[in-house]
Design a protein around this ligand. Structure first.
Ligand SMILES: Nc1ncnc2c1ncn2[C@@H]1O[C@H](COP(=O)(O)OP(=O)(O)OP(=O)(O)O)[C@@H](O)[C@H]1O
Length: 209
């Protein structure tokens, strides 16, 4: 269950952002994506999650399967439906992914007392916890997460780190764009050297600009 990213180039708004990104993410491991603001962490995660195609290169499972069938993606925007309650949001996602049961996810992210509150009435940190609880109910093996600890307090951040480590111990994997130290060891990929230039983004038509 290894995710392979091979020679991937990505663009945003028709402008090449990264080129030549290569890594493998085996089961049981996490990889932290780092780099300065605007380097392309979000763009790369969106590509790996299947929300936009790569300019070139390949994202796939080592066993030949489709990566998009294995990945659950938590974006900046949380993917939370504002008018549904906490429980309804999680039940909705459980049904989308064919999983059953939301109780463990509610407990894990300290959402039990908030289960009947509309998501639009949650605080920023509570909403973020709901977005992360969604990862659990998908039943997916690979969690791709973009700045998952934004708005979380210290206790919730530590809890999130434990949840990810439990996920890894069960054979899952995690690809996490984060500027903070989550307090557990994982490989780090600094994207700075992969910043696209017109030389290493050969499919970019400069005359288009
Ligand atoms: N909708 C858009 N249209 C055009 N360009 C965009 C769009 N969204 C982002 N960009 C640009 O694409 C580049 C990569 O942005 P991206 O959000 O992937 O970076 P990031 O590494 O995740 O940044 P941060 O650390 O600030 O979250 C940036 O230069 C950004 O300004």
């Amino acid at each position: 269950m290894t995710l392979e990213v091979q020679s991937v180039a990505v663009q945003r708004g028709s402008v090449p952002v990264l080129a030549g990104v290569d890594f493998a993410l085996p089961a049981g491991e996490a990889l932290f994506l780092r780099g300065p603001n605007g380097i392309g962490k979000t763009t790369l995660l969106r590509c790996i999650a299947g929300l936009q195609p790569p300019l070139s290169g390949v994202v796939r499972m080592a066993n030949g399967g489709a990566a998009t069938d294995e990945i659950a993606y938590a974006s900046h925007a949380d993917g939370v439906k504002p008018t549904l309650t906490v429980a309804e949001n999680l039940s909705f996602w459980a049904s989308v992914f064919g999983a059953s049961g939301i109780d463990a996810a509610l407990e894990t992210f300290d959402l039990v007392e908030l289960r009947n509150r509309a998501a639009q009435n949650l605080s920023a940190g509570q909403k973020r916890r709901l977005g992360l609880a969604r990862m659990l109910v998908t039943g997916r093996n690979i969690w791709a997460m973009d700045e998952p600890t934004v708005s979380l307090d210290a206790a919730a951040t530590a809890n999130f780190a434990r949840v990810v480590q439990d996920h890894l111990a069960r054979g899952g994997s995690a690809l996490i764009a984060t500027h903070i130290d989550l307090g557990f060891d994982a490989k780090v990929l600094d994207l700075t050297p992969f910043k696209a230039t017109t030389e290493n983004a050969p499919e970019f038509d400069e005359a288009f600009l």
